[in-house]
Design a protein around this ligand. Structure first.
Ligand code: ZN
Ligand code: ZN
Length: 414
């Protein structure tokens, strides 16, 4: 493998040959025109167009709206770089000159920035192909936010139709003083499951509860009892979040409804803890329904959206080493695993190592103005991903290209 310093030099050379203005325009255009999961037709077309102009063989419509670009450049390793296409149903409140022009939709998770990084890296590596050998595969993945995009691409033949990777790389923008990079060897993102619960009671008149089985009260007991599951059945060392995100029941003041519906989200970092909590949720829901005398068993369905994201420690260390060279020794941190989730890991065929990292993007003035004395206090107060105020600093545009290019070159540079 080539020395980190040589890879860093080469990465800087290739990246500095890009036109920064042109990439900034691309970013602003994507930000103005956000599209939600599996509807990223315009966004996918823009990425595909840039890849084609840069000399990639491009397939569109992979797993719905996914884009795959392949650049074969002599014998050598196969490296996949991934970005995500989708925006969120959020009404933008940043007041930016290039704010969303689509009502109720916003690039509030920074996937527009991810695609700009991806396009920039693809172009820099294509223009500099004389300096490396191997195959570069650029993956524009749809629907990361709803957890279906990576699986849809795999079902559509991602692993059979394109060269099999030796390594995969992905990166995500996150709050924090702009320009830092967080690398975590091993587990970096949590698993996420969505659960839907239906409590079947017996409806009736609000004045005669004795003739009903009130599903509102039963569902309320379920919500509170689940807090005790976390407090009393999970060890202090195990990270778990269980959120009741929806509670729907009833139509009118004086009607006891016949059913109540709950929507839960579970985040875990250990498959054994996940199984344990899922079993406890089932037991709690069924037990409360039995205690209330529900005439029909409750329905509980689990949709597993995201697996754990577990970096290959060796691969991640080699990428972190080159990132220290390109960004500066003090710019690379380990924030530790996040409770957030990703479907990036599903893109990797079984056993193929991957590395995923975060780049911080809070504008310097916003960071300075945030109340608090330490990093954590400030982090809790600056606009984060999914906030209507989330506005990454444009200064992170070229650094994000550089981190992707240098990661790819750790494997491709000859
Ligand atoms: Zn997101
Ligand atoms: Zn995201």
């Amino acid at each position: 493998m080539t020395e980190p310093s040589a890879v860093a030099r080469l990465s800087r050379d290739l990246t500095s040959a890009l036109k920064a203005d042109d990439l900034e325009d691309f970013y602003r255009d994507l930000h103005r025109h956000p599209e939600t999961a599996f509807r990223e037709h315009r966004t996918a077309g823009k990425l595909a167009g840039r890849l084609r102009s840069a000399g990639y063989r491009v397939a569109e419509g992979v797993g719905g709206t996914g884009v795959v670009g392949v650049l074969e450049n002599r014998d050598g390793p196969v490296v996949w770089l991934r970005g995500d296409l989708d925006a969120l149903p959020v009404t933008e409140a940043t007041g930016l000159e290039y704010a969303s022009t689509t009502a109720g939709v916003m690039h509030a998770c920074g996937h527009d920035l991810h695609l700009t990084w991806l396009a920039g890296a693809a172009e820099a590596l294509a223009a500099g192909r004389a300096t490396w050998s191997g195959t570069l595969v650029v993956v524009g993945q749809p629907a990361e936010e709803v957890g279906g995009g990576a699986a849809a691409m795999v079902r559509d033949g991602l692993h059979e139709r394109f060269p099999r990777p030796d390594a995969l790389f992905g990166q995500h923008v996150t709050p924090g003083p702009a320009g830092l990079c967080s690398h975590t060897p091993g587990l970096i993102m949590s698993a996420s499951d969505d659960l839907d619960v239906v409590v079947h009671g017996v409806g009736g008149h609000g004045s005669r509860p004795e003739s009903t089985v009130d599903p509102v009260v039963t569902a309320a007991y379920i919500v509170t009892r689940l807090q005790a599951v976390l407090a009393r059945e999970v060890a202090a060392r195990d990270a778990v979040v269980l959120t009741v995100g929806q509670f729907h029941a009833g139509t009118q003041h004086n009607i006891i409804p016949a059913e109540a519906r709950l929507a839960l989200n579970l985040r875990t970092q250990d498959p054994r803890v996940r199984e344990r909590v899922l079993a406890a949720v089932r037991r709690t829901v069924e037990g409360e329904c039995r205690a209330a005398g529900c005439p029909v068993d409750p329905e509980i369905s689990v949709r597993s959206g995201f697996p754990n994201t577990v970096n290959d420690a060796e691969l991640d260390a080699s990428v972190a080493a080159v990132h220290r060279q390109v960004l500066g020794e003090g710019a690379v941190f380990d924030f530790g695993p996040a409770m957030g989730s990703e479907d990036f890991a599903l893109l990797a065929p079984d056993g193929v190592p991957y590395a995923y990292w975060f780049l911080t993007s809070t504008p310097p003035d916003v960071w300075r103005a945030a109340p608090g004395d330490d990093l954590q206090q400030k982090l809790d107060r600056v606009p984060g991903n999914h906030s209507p105020l989330f506005a990454p600093d444009p200064s992170v545009l070229m650094p994000g290209v550089l981190t992707l290019v240098s990661a790819a070159l750790t494997r491709l540079a000859s």
